[in-house]
Design a protein around this ligand. Sequence first.
Ligand SMILES: Cc1ncc(COP(=O)(O)O)c(C=O)c1O
Length: 395
Amino acid sequence: MIYLDHAATTALDKEIFETMKPYFSEKYGNPSSIYFLGQEAKAAIEEARERVAKILGASPGEIIFTSCATESNNLAIRGIINYQLAISKKPVHIITSSIEHKSVLETCKGLEEKGAEATYLSVDKEGFVNIEDLKKAIKENTVLVSIMYANNEVGSIQPIKEIGAYLKDLNKRRKQPVAFHTDAVQGFQYAETDVQSLGVDALSLTGHKFYAPKGVGILYLKEGIKVESQQTGGSQENKKRAGTENVPYIVAIAEAMATASSKRQVAGGQIRKLRDKLIDGILEKIPGTILTGPAKENFANRLPNNASFCFPKVEGESILINLDFEGIAASSGSACTSGSLEPSHVLIAMGYDHTIAHGSIRFTLGKDNTEEEIDEVLEKLPPIIEKLQKMSPLR
Ligand SMILES: Cc1ncc(COP(=O)(O)O)c(C=O)c1O
């Protein structure tokens, strides 16, 4: 199997698995218990919190362990907006982009139904938010800006540092400060995530995108930023996330972050070389292919593991099935909604029409991919596209 869908998930790293194992059956105490077994588990969580905080340039009290980035995004956005709605009693305004993950978009839409106002910034053809548009969208009642660090489908890295610096300066002159959240799920492995230099107040992560298990996430929440807790119950996670902590997974995400951040440059460089070979090969061998996301001149702002395309006159799903027969795993941006296939909301927001967007495929590389695998994809993909284009009614 050639696995080229690392933006969807990654395999649990064997060494990371070893670090979490003792917390299943030997050191299994409940961190809230006062006897040794419980305190041992609590100590493991606090050590993990300190490690994560150090990696993100935060303090330990600003790290909340969650179950995934969907939960982190919900806690940040719904939490901040609901808190503000409750104290201001007036509609509060949130700004986000039209290419966010559904866990952000659907949360914002839900909040609109509860009386919040939302602006969804458009993006350019390469998938970048324009900071001038953001500046114009800020209103007196804006309380939150949520812009993803890097897009999961087309790999565009957003100008988070610039936005952070702008908002910091703006907040000096505002009565109502604007909090800044970023969904850094896809950015963490390859781009700087020091929260101080990014200038963010909240940042979401999920472990399974960087070789930790599925089912654990992180929300960095700057001290002083108020959120309404999304669960009621115990006082875990500084009263911001009730529920017994998932100790082995928390240990694992801290270990995975330490590994990923220490190898960021090297891993990014190696992956980038293979990714470029894949992009160049596909563009050369398959006429008419559209590279989606940042263009070559802007590859510095494209995730180094992302190669995404549209193949005219074919359906992304047909390509996926044919690739799967050949033992190659990739992804298309379409979503199955009420039994029909909707083209990727990201590509539509970038200005592609529905027929082009339906032919989208995303390859995302990981640390274990090899040059031989890329060669094999370059050999197997062109005849698949040729066959499907010949069969296409759009031909
Ligand atoms: C950009 C982005 N945000 C959020 C998520 C949600 O992560 P999880 O499914 O772990 O909650 C994903 C997952 O694909 C993602 O790519």
